[in-house]
Design a protein around this ligand. Structure first.
Ligand code: G3I
Length: 384
């Protein structure tokens, strides 16, 4: 009886909380003097890059060779972002292409960041996807102990090399199943069990005690079972004093994911006290099943109306981040690829889509101005 009463109180409190979050977000949106239709000219007049409009670090994920070979891409990267992630150049398959370490691209990326005063965010130390077979064979030669040694050597070598230069790392990427709250059965998990996560964080911390260490995953803003699984792992890690400092919400969003769900998940994550990074933001229109070639071409063209709806979604998202994540936990918002020409969405899901803030010609879309408007909004950065 008492438990049932407490449960219903809990449900009522959650509902009230969500109403408060939404009235705040709604209030912020309405307080904004520019309507979506006015956005393009309102922002262009100021001619400021996104990161100049914001105290939140604003990031872009790039391929350094592509950026250096394309003046327009380079200009928009330098102008808009204060933080840089590598789409692929810092992955294990890129650094350990064969049995020798190859750091040329990372060094080039670091030089670019230093020249242009950008924060370099390390993506990523451990990931299952694209892990070459030779690494798996080599690492598992003598069983678990040898995998552990390989993992430690790799993390220590890479993090030590960029100590004090790469200020934060996605230590483990996508360690949970696509949906639900279970650990993903990756090579690392199969060899070492769930303990591989703890070990990886400890090795990274030993190599650079000042680096901010993140766990990073997708669908955390919409799949509460997955989010709960990840939060449980985080609280277990914290109980054991494992040095984990941040949680990355990849934020590969879709237009129809309700803002209420995103706000609810974001609040739960912010309550951990961890740094919160929107680490790979894009917003698609079409659906997919989260696997290669799994896109469903529902929308074949991008209409003016869709552009404005996307602008509003980007704007609401930045307002939510500002309203829900306390200032000292706002690690930043990073766009993945950030233009509709280079987006990973099209080749990966084998569909056409328009998920980013710059179009195929690298010109800003209404989405860009919607996002900028969210940054510029005078809404109070309320601690909820
Ligand atoms: O560079 C080769 C090129 O030489 C070759 O002709 C071409 C043919 O397929 O492939 C090119 O490599 C591709 C590479 O991207 C660069 O474009 C790989 O096949 C392709 O698998 C790789 O995809 C990347 C994917 O991670 C796998 O590493 C995407 O660019 C990258 O955006 C994506 O990023 C991930 C995050 O790390 C984690 N979260 C999800 C996100 C999106 O999948």
């Amino acid at each position: 009886m008492i438990i049932r009463f407490l449960n219903s109180m809990l449900r009522a409190t959650s509902t009230i909380y969500l109403l408060i979050v939404f009235s705040l977000c709604f209030h912020s949106c309405n307080n904004d003097n520019a309507s979506i239709e006015q956005l393009p000219t309102a922002h262009l007049n100021q001619n400021k890059g996104l990161h100049e409009l914001s105290t939140i670090p604003i990031g872009g994920a790039i391929s350094i060779n592509k950026v250096l070979a394309d003046e327009k891409l380079k200009d928009i990267t330098i102008k808009n972002f204060s933080s840089i992630s590598a789409t692929n150049d810092m992955k294990m398959y890129s650094i350990l292409r064969d049995s020798t370490y190859s750091f040329e691209k990372v060094d080039k990326l670091l030089a670019f960041c230093e020249e242009h005063d950008k924060r370099l965010f390390g993506h990523t130390l451990l990931w299952h996807y694209g892990l070459p077979q030779w690494i798996q064979d080599e690492a598992s030669k003598n069983g678990a102990a040898s995998v552990d040694k390989f993992m430690k050597d790799y993390i220590s070598k890479v993090v030590t090399k960029y100590k004090g230069k790469v200020v934060a790392w996605d230590v483990v990427n996508e360690g949970f199943e696509t949906s639900g709250g279970d650990y993903r059965k990756t090579f690392w998990y199969n060899q070492l069990g769930a303990a591989y996560v703890e070990k990886a964080f400890r090795y990274a911390h030993e190599a650079d005690p000042d680096a901010v260490l993140f766990y990073n995953d997708f669908n955390l803003e919409r799949d509460t079972a997955k989010l709960n699984g990840v939060l449980k792992m985080i609280s277990e890690l914290k109980e054991k004093d494992v040095p984990i400092h941040g949680l990355g919400f990849q934020m590969h969003l879709r237009m129809d994911i309700p803002d209420s769900t995103i706000a609810y998940c974001l609040k739960k994550a912010a309550d951990t006290g961890l740094q919160i990074h929107f680490s790979e933001l894009d917003i698609i229109f079409n659906k997919h099943n989260d696997s290669k070639d799994g896109g469903e071409q529902q929308y074949t063209e991008l209409t003016e109306e869709m552009k404005l709806q996307q602008a509003e979604k980007y704007k609401n998202l930045v307002l939510m981040y500002r309203n829900i994540v306390p200032l000292d936990q706002q690690y930043g918002i990073t766009f993945w690829d950030f233009n509709d020409r280079d987006t990973w969405i099209k080749p990966f899901f084998n569909i056409n889509d328009w998920p980013t803030i710059f179009d195929e010609n690298l010109d800003p879309k209404p989405a860009y101005h919607g996002f900028a408007d969210g940054l510029k909004s005078k809404s109070p950065k309320t601690k909820i």
